[in-house]
Ligand binder design. Structure first.
Ligand SMILES: N[C@@H](CCC(=O)N[C@@H](CS)C(=O)NCC(=O)O)C(=O)O
Length: 215
């Protein structure tokens, strides 16, 4: 059986990306949850993958780390996880790369914290700019989408896997978005797999202080 090593569901956005991709692909897997930033967590993680980070995908002796690499690997056998159209697929890959390498202010200043709501922080100029950029990405995808379905490119794709956690960041901090981006955020919140992840997160009790931004 495939295994997916993940961190705390309340906080670990990269874990969520790989996890939801496997769920949407319909792949059965065992979850190995290792709470992050507890004594010895890094040594524990290094038993599964070379970086000491989550997520790690394992299939027997085969180990694959990094959320985007895991999603790409899954898409090799489940090509519907990328849009059919070549230009749309290229666009999807570009926004995935943008997410994977950027949005540091969002990740650092309004971290994902599924258990928290109505948190208030002062929005720095960088944070405002990143939020507006996400709003633009979501709106453009939805407004130019020609495929049926409510995900970024109609049918669920890896682009959604990459951006789903941001909907949860925004939800916790009551981020205001335009109507099109708000509708996409609602699609994420209404998704059964996202709800299942959040339900598990609500049961967790660990607190990672650095991810408890705002009051
Ligand atoms: N680029 C990596 C980032 C992985 C990452 O930073 N994971 C965080 C949790 S969301 C982690 O494992 N942190 C544990 C640590 O820093 O010790 C990916 O996409 O998988």
């Amino acid at each position: 059986m495939v295994q997916l090593v993940i961190g705390n569901k309340n906080y670990s956005t990269w874990s969520l990306r790989a996890w939801i991709c496997l769920r949407k692909a319909g792949i059965a897997f065992d979850e190995i949850r290792i709470p992050l930033y507890e004594d010895g967590h890094s040594d524990k993680l290094k038993r599964f993958g070379p970086t000491g980070l989550v997520p790690v995908y394992r299939d027997g002796e085969f180990a694959l780390w990094d959320s985007l690499a895991i999603c790409e690997y899954v898409a090799e056998t489940h090509p519907h996880l990328w849009p059919d159209d070549r230009l749309q697929r290229a666009h999807a890959r570009a926004i995935c790369a943008e997410m994977h390498s950027g949005f540091r202010a969002i990740r650092g200043q309004i971290p994902m914290n599924c258990r928290a709501s109505h948190r208030r922080v002062d929005f720095s100029p960088e944070l405002r700019e990143e939020v507006r950029r996400v709003e633009t990405i979501w709106s453009q995808c939805r407004q130019t989408c020609t495929v049926s379905g409510d995900w970024l490119f109609g049918r669920f794709s890896i682009a959604d896997a990459m951006f789903i956690p941001l909907a949860l960041h925004f939800q916790t901090y009551d981020v205001t978005l335009n109507d099109t981006a708000s509708a996409y955020l609602q699609t994420v919140l209404d998704d059964a797999d996202t709800k299942a992840w959040v339900a598990d997160a609500l049961q967790e009790t660990e607190i990672i202080q650095e991810c408890e931004a705002g009051a």
